[in-house]
Design a protein around this ligand. Sequence first.
Ligand code: NAD
Length: 258
Amino acid sequence: MTELEGRVAIVTGGARGQGAAESRRLGREGAAVLVCDVLVPEGETFVAELSAEGVDARFLPLDVTDPEAWAQAVEEVRGWKGRLDILVNNAGIINRSTVSATEPEAWERVLKVNLTGAFLGIRAAVPLMEETGGGAIVNISSNSAFSGHYDPAYTASKWGLRGLTRSAAMEYAARGIRVNAVCPGLVVTALNAASPHLQPMIGMTPMGRSGTPEEIAELVLFLASDRSAFITGEDFVIDGGFTAGASYRRVAVETGIY
Ligand code: NAD
């Protein structure tokens, strides 16, 4: 028997990158997965791959900023499996522009997708989770939610996700629903593959490399499973040691201490 046999999951932004790895990992552990994304052909192709691998998966087009689409997604899993156990709020976008150079519309779009999208997802998912015995929600934040950053809209949205995570955890703990956040460091995906900051970041990462989507998915699986049954309201940094002290490590390297 696999760990998530009989469980049902929704993963947003699941068509590619980390969301795809998370969908695959949960699915291989026995969960039925509703993969949601705005990338429709990519999502359909990915779900066909998952099905060929023996994963019980469906694709549904979902824009996380649309409350109506969220209601449809929850109705889809209710009709499909009659329950909902896991929600991974993974969809996210970047802006990579300074405060001065960011137009208000761009600021609002990032907050809407990255933060309001998760808020809408939690609101939509909780009633069915509660009805069918509780569940686990994992919000994908970032290690940029622990410092200032050169993408202020993105960073503000990811700090906001940490606050939403803790607040929702307090509200739903007695109702059998745990809420945690995963805060990855650099993972090279379509989100950032063209970015000039990759090499400087890798160079400053104590482990000397970026993470993989599969490594992030492993932590998501842990937080979605009963192995983390007493953990709620926490954020988990997974970044090869970057947040632990990359700046002091750089000083130590440059001054010959290390
Ligand atoms: P990605 O661009 O490959 O994946 C993001 C997915 O979200 C895409 O499939 C995209 O279509 C989808 N998406 C975007 N807007 C959407 C919307 N409105 N509704 C539904 N889906 C939408 O990038 P990734 O690296 O896999 O990112 C996954 C998550 O991890 C994001 O929240 C990102 O902020 C976070 N993250 C990434 C890194 C990194 O270095 N890659 C680091 C920390 C956190």
